[in-house]
Write a protein that binds this ligand. Sequence first.
Ligand SMILES: *Cc1c(COP(=O)(O)O)cnc(C)c1O
Ligand SMILES: [Zn+2]
Length: 418
Amino acid sequence: MHYELRCRECGKSWGNQPRSICDDCFSPLEVSYDYDALRWQVTRDQIAQGPPSMWRYSGLLPLPENFQPSLPTGFTPLFRAPRLAEQFGAKNLYIKNDAVCLPTLSFKDRVVAVALAQAREFGFEVVSCSSTGNLANSVAAQAARDGFRSWIFIPADLEPAKIIGTQVFGARLVRIAGSYDQVNRLCSQIADEHQWGFVNVNLRPYYAEGSKTVGFEIAEQLGWELPDNVVVPMAGGSLITKIKKAFDELIALGLVDPKPVRFFGAQATGCSPISSAVKAGNAEIDPQKPATIARSLAIGNPADGHYAIKTIKANGGWAEDVSDPEIVESIQLLAETEGIFTETAGGVTVGCTRKLYRQDRILPDETTVICITGNGLKTTDALTGKYEAEEPIPPKISEFDKYLERTLDIDLPETVEA
Ligand SMILES: *Cc1c(COP(=O)(O)O)cnc(C)c1O
Ligand SMILES: [Zn+2]
């Protein structure tokens, strides 16, 4: 096997097994690879000949031998955002759009795809997770597709669309009267007791590797070049660290030229343990009690917070956070400028990006990619009251003209009804 689990701190090797913590030093485990072997196997040509999905990077993922993907997940569009850029006074702004990821419209589909590959390998029949919503949707859907039973644990107050979007797949959904952090602690205990594959607990090191594919795709879609800046929404803080790992791997394998990419983390002010630590110059997280409409990012004690801070500080990045009203405004701004309806997490990313340009932490000419990680149809409640349903009008041209005069406050010449 060309990969195995290794302790991030003491370096002890743990082989391949469903485990996320080093028993010796209680630090997190991470998948590490034999890069010397990979250098000969993974080339741009080989990747280009692969399928138009995240599986084109299979050589750089922890997948069992003879693994057969069941869905073409990932390889979402990356494109310029000229009208949003204009709002920011920017020139080189790109959107990586995981609001259209298969099968459940968030980047979580990538991590689940890798975790379930290993769940099968380890012989689990039940897969499970603690979730702020999108992970629940993705585990439930892919479990159905792959023939696992699924048990999903969520804080009770999630958005209705995310609850229905889990139950529809036949998952067992357990609502917990508590915060995500409490749900997650409970799941660690359940994982110890039952033989279940928790994608973000005992399978977490494999799961997290799936996020690298966002980074691989950004580099390939920019023509095998790294951007100057990436703006990434943070919950547990894993995605931002894995995009950096992806770029570092591409550099190590000679697939892109080295470049000190700056990483910018985005959070909601109502749950901002990572951005607060970055702003205060702290290397560790001070846990918070979340209070924000950005539920998908509402993790008060982020598992990878420490590493997210390191990633941000590595090349002179920064972290910002935005209030709930700014999140809503930013959802509307992205929709009105680029035709993309993102969920609250995307509002966080767009709102923080605007701040970062205003602060001159990101400069107009620099190539900047913002990660839109989830779909707005799942969090329509965030826009409640923003668009009042108007009284219907009769289906007559004269009525429509009256309506126009009323709403636009203008006088039209009288029309003759046909
Ligand atoms: C989970 C999630 C994130 C953050 O992911 P982490 O790896 O936990 O930091 C960002 N956006 C959306 C939409 C998510 O569901
Ligand atoms: Zn260790």
